[in-house]
Design a protein around this ligand. Structure first.
Ligand code: TYD
Ligand code: MG
Length: 428
């Protein structure tokens, strides 16, 4: 035990056993946490530039979205230069082996185990030969004897994670915990662990689509909002270094109700098609259905179009979809959404060579958004020749390789859809 330092200040009681904490200067050289790259760039970027020793990463996602496949691929890559273990509580060893064979990575020296007892697992990992990287698939199957509750309950999930985290910090092991996103109920989802771990990633995607997006929502060792894009193949996940091209691959030109949004995900520009369909409603109360965007924001854009521009969707159903299964959080998508809606209403396509971005305010003004240059550069790279965007005061034109059409009001979009003869196009 350390010696107690008495508090000398007059009138202050002396606290027995209390020590003084040491303060440090703010201005010092930070110790850089050593990082390990898996070589899967889309994964490493989301991790903040590699995996930090002793860190605990939670990878959440719907069952069947591809978490086990992703982590097995990551482990196989890391196994070249580090000790890697994959502990499955869901699948038998043979099932994991068969997956590795399908992925073509069965030769990697990853140690496999099928286990669910956390005390046994920790006892095994906590040795000099213990792994540097360990996957626990999934945390919902793990349990501690000491607790009466069943695996998957909040108590078991929390306590099991706590033990594994303690081991990771003590040994410097990188722990990757899989957490299934579950419906409300007795089963505890990844949310109950988010505050305990260093990094939280979600693996997302639409079931029918081949794209999968890995997104960091919390990262003590790097930025959040980074995404990694993967394509599902029958030989596992392959990286998509240029997501814009992929998201726009199935785009059909000259169709009404579609607009290309120049967005930013983390540090990367991503172009994606926003599709709107306004169609007569068979119901008394028309529907508003949104996939991949915020439905409250759609309601706002509709209200602004009606109140400020006299554009009304009337008693029609309104559907909005972000093509490719991407989920967009940026308000910068407002202008593209508005254009897609007007286009669907009028039957006039949005100019096929244009991208759009800009936030819309309640008075109908088009507001500036961040990272304009990055958006324009990506659009030019993918062959777009114009951008419908907010005003940029003080910028000289002509220095970008793309024609910039600046809008102060969302209503200024309307002439684009008015003057042309509507073609007999399929809606949406
Ligand atoms: P899996 O990794 O088991 O999902 P999770 O661990 O999130 O529940 O993947 C689900 C199924 O999809 C599985 O049968 C394998 C298949 N799959 C592919 O065929 N290719 C892929 O690239 C991925 C990611 C999955
Ligand atoms: Mg799995």
């Amino acid at each position: 035990m350390e010696e107690a330092v008495p508090d000398q200040a007059p009138g202050r009681p002396h606290r027995v056993g209390a020590r003084k904490i040491e303060f440090a200067e703010l201005n010092g050289t930070p110790e850089h946490a050593p990082r390990r790259l898996s070589g899967i760039t889309e994964f490493d970027r989301v991790a903040g530039g590699g995996l930090v020793r002793g860190s605990v990463i939670l990878i959440g996602g719907d069952p069947g979205i591809g978490k086990s496949t992703l982590l097995l691929q990551v482990m196989c890559r890391l196994a070249g230069g580090a000790r890697c273990a994959y502990i499955s509580g869901e699948e038998a060893i043979d099932q994991v082996r068969m997956r590795a064979q399908r992925l073509g990575t069965a030769a990697a020296p990853v140690q496999l185990a099928a286990a669910t007892n956390v005390t046994d697992i920790i006892n095994t990992l906590d040795s000099a030969q213990g792994p540097d990287f360990c996957v626990i698939d999934s945390i919902q199957t793990m349990y501690l004897d000491a607790l009466d509750s069943a695996p998957g309950t909040v108590g078991q999930v929390r306590a099991s994670a706590q033990e594994l985290i303690r081991l990771a910090k003590r040994r410097g092991t990188v722990m990757l915990l899989v957490g299934h996103v579950t419906k409300e109920g007795a089963i505890a989802g990844p949310r109950v662990l988010e505050h305990m771990v260093d990094t939280v990633m979600y693996f997302e995607g639409e079931r029918g689509h081949q794209f999968r997006i890995l997104r960091a929502v919390k990262n003590r060792f790097g930025p959040t909002d980074e995404i990694g894009v993967f394509e599902m193949t029958d030989r596992g996940l392959s990286e998509v270094p240029n997501p814009s091209a992929l998201f726009l691959a199935e785009r059909r030109g000259n169709v009404s109700g579609a607009a290309v949004f120049a967005g930013i995900e983390g540090t990367r520009p991503v172009l994606v098609e926003i599709q709107a369909l306004v169609s007569p409603s068979p119901l008394g109360t028309p529907r508003r259905a949104v996939v991949g965007w915020d439905s409250a924001r759609l309601a706002m854009v509709l209200a602004v179009l009606e109140a400020r521009c006299g554009v009304s969707v009337g008693p029609n159903d309104v559907y909005l979809n972000v093509a490719g299964g991407l989920r967009i959080a940026e308000p910068a998508a407002d202008l593209a959404v508005a254009a897609a809606l007007i286009s669907s209403l009028t039957g006039v396509p949005v100019p096929a060579d244009a991208v759009l971005f800009g936030e819309i305010g309640l008075s109908g003004e088009v507001r500036a958004v961040s990272q304009t240059d990055l958006r324009l550069k990506e659009a030019a790279k993918l062959g777009f020749s114009s951008a419908l965007m907010p005003r940029r005061p003080g910028r000289s034109k002509g220095e970008d390789s793309i024609r910039m059409l600046e809008f102060a009001e969302v209503g200024d979009l309307l002439p684009l859809f008015r003057d042309k003869q509507a073609k007999p196009v399929g809606r949406g």
